[in-house]
Design a protein around this ligand. Structure first.
Ligand SMILES: *Cc1c(COP(=O)(O)O)cnc(C)c1O
Length: 449
């Protein structure tokens, strides 16, 4: 194991010793199908036994290279040393008091860290929750309390969660919304600057998309009715869409000019994932509120809303909270996770992963015209797959590629409104040998299509 793997002493190697999924996984899958609700899916029904560094070991003894991090969560690697050390000590001390009953230092410390690492040097405060969706819901509550307005603006291809309000904020019908309405009112969706698919070309994308979005907000909703504009600085589930440069600053400026709370949903992009603490840092955009979750606590459930102190203090006392929000063990894990990010300089690691991945993917694109676009930043990289000689989405090839990778012991995920994006979210501590071996598998899978 490399010194970066952090987790249990798992050999940092790919090892395929049975069919994938193997017999023990298949047995567990049969039990799962009988006991677990059918609405809860799995990308690959390989049951995990251990995980750490850049690998997932299954119950059959296979070791898979991990290009998923449990959807951008295990950025510091599974069971990272500092996460285990701090969370274990907290487990032994106490597991829960409820911060709303008797508080504890860990919660305060996480809020202090959030104030330091998030964009902007203004006075900030935070509130902690359990899941990303819960953080987004609370950002809406806070923005409405502060502005005394109701409308919320979101974007094409946006994803914000699966609760009722966040389903309404989410763009894509299947699988997130279909049959689950009615949805929350006062949600409005406007265009985003998706360069690859912008009708008049990428060079016009930022200016035209921001003008269209602002025109729709002004003419159809009325800027004076808008409490919040919520955007992912790189749209995750929607296909790792990086809004064309200039789009985010234009929308942030419009929000500022009109007293609208600008919310960056950095649940997937945050905490070193894109090679910076937050993806907003890339264009110097300072959001009023920022939502975080996924990468924050090395796998333990924790989420936060962080923002301008006056906005955060708008709700009345007792208006925010929840039984488990900011659980002490999750807070300890977050402190261990942030410590690891600093000590191992995981921003630099993420940028190195981008360098390696983009160079190799560019070579593959030169040979395979179904790769329409390569994009993303840091360790959040994707390829958009199209039908040869067109820009027509190619979800069939995407599914076939993912399947071929899984068979060879490489965990990859797909995403995108059209289901045609293969996305890579390796743990930031993955070794370069494993990273390259994973890319070899993708290369072979492409050749075998
Ligand atoms: C995953 C995600 C959410 C929802 O987080 P959960 O913890 O699954 O509720 C919200 N926004 C973005 C951008 C996400 O990637």
């Amino acid at each position: 194991m490399t010194e970066l793997s952090g987790g249990p002493a798992l050999p940092q190697e790919r090892r395929v010793v049975t069919a994938i999924p193997g017999p023990k996984s298949q047995e567990l899958q049969a039990r799962r199908l009988a006991a677990v609700a059918g609405g809860v899916g799995s990308v690959l029904p390989v049951f995990t036994a251990r995980a750490g560094g850049g690998v997932l070991e299954d119950v059959d003894g296979n070791s898979l290279i991990d290009f998923g991090s449990g959807i951008a969560v295990a950025s510091v690697g599974n069971s990272a040393e500092a996460v285990v050390r701090r969370a274990s000590a907290q487990l032994a001390a106490f597991t829960h008091t409820c911060f709303m009953v008797t508080p504890y230092e860990g919660y305060v410390e996480v809020c202090e860290e959030l104030a330091k690492v998030t964009p902007g040097d203004h006075a900030k405060k935070s509130a902690l929750f359990n899941s990303g969706a819960e953080a987004v819901e609370n950002a809406v509550k806070i923005a409405r309390a502060y502005t005394k307005r109701q409308a919320v603006v979101v974007f094409d291809h946006g994803y914000h969660g699966r609760t009722n309000l966040t389903m309404a904020l989410t763009a894509k019908n299947m699988p997130y919304k279909n049959g689950f309405g009615p949805f929350a009112p006062e949600i409005y969706r406007v265009p985003v600057a998706y360069s690859y698919r912008w009708p008049t070309g990428p060079e016009n994308c930022a200016a035209e998309a921001s003008a269209q979005a602002i025109d729709m907000i002004s003419k159809q909703i009325g800027a004076e009715n808008v409490a919040a504009i919520i955007i992912e600085p790189i749209l995750g589930e929607g296909g790792f869409i990086e809004p064309a440069k200039g789009f985010l600053p234009a929308i942030a400026q419009f929000a500022k000019d009109n007293g609208i709370v600008f919310v960056a949903d950095e649940i997937q992009t945050g905490f070193c994932r894109t090679g910076q603490w937050f993806a907003c840092d890339d264009e110097g955009v300072v959001p009023d509120l920022i939502t975080t979750a996924k990468g924050i606590a090395g796998g333990l459930p924790l989420a936060a809303v962080t923002g301008r102190a006056d906005i955060m203090d708008a709700p009345h006392s007792g208006g925010l909270g929840g039984t488990y929000g900011g659980n002490p063990v999750a807070c300890a894990a977050a402190l261990g996770s942030i410590e690891t990010m600093r000590e191992l300089d995981l921003n630099a690691k993420a940028r190195r992963i981008e360098e390696i991945m983009k160079a190799r993917l560019a070579k593959m694109a030169a040979q395979h015209d179904i790769i329409g676009d390569i994009r993303g930043r840091g360790a959040m990289i994707a390829v958009e797959l199209v039908k040869s000689g067109t820009k027509d989405p190619n979800p069939q090839a995407t599914a076939a590629l993912a399947k071929a990778c899984h068979q060879e012991g490489l965990m990859v995920l797909t995403c995108g409104t059209y289901g045609n994006v293969l996305r890579f979210l390796p743990p930031l501590v993955i070794g370069e040998d494993l990273l390259n071996e994973g890319l070899d598998i993708i290369e072979t899978a492409l050749a075998g299509l």
